[in-house]
Design a protein around this ligand. Structure first.
Ligand SMILES: [Zn+2]
Length: 123
């Protein structure tokens, strides 16, 4: 039976609600290689296919938001300089979100989104 696609399962930017694109089908076990999705609202989503490297995905997303300036990215402080929102329980094959808590038991992917609080001081 085909699963019902509920509205709550649509993958959306957790900051602005913009639907985001499906990550390309790449080798999901390759470490340190995260699909980045820059949202029009300024947030950056990093996709962790394993759901277990969200710390790394987070840093990559921050660096991406800082134009790959790692020095700047590493000096930034959570809450003060940027906000973090997680989106877990993502099933890539169906491009839908099964909801929080589903990631760890089933090996689903997860996204971490960051949004810099002030874009002004970056340039
Ligand atoms: Zn957004």
């Amino acid at each position: 039976m085909f699963p019902v696609y509920r509205e709550s399962e649509r993958p959306l930017c957790p900051f602005c609600g913009e639907p985001f694109g499906r990550p390309p089908e790449t080798d999901p076990k390759r470490e340190g290689d995260f699909y980045m999705w820059p949202c029009p609202c300024g947030a950056v989503g990093a996709y962790d296919a394993t759901g277990h490297n969200l710390g790394d995905a987070l840093m990559e997303a921050i660096a991406f938001a800082c134009d790959d300036d790692w020095e700047k990215a590493l000096s930034m402080e959570p809450e003060k300089d940027y906000e973090i929102r997680y989106l877990d329980g993502y099933r890539a094959g169906e491009h839908r979100v099964l909801g929080s808590g589903a990631t760890y038991k089933s090996g689903l992917g997860a996204f971490v989104f960051v949004k810099l609080k002030s874009l002004k001081h970056l340039h």
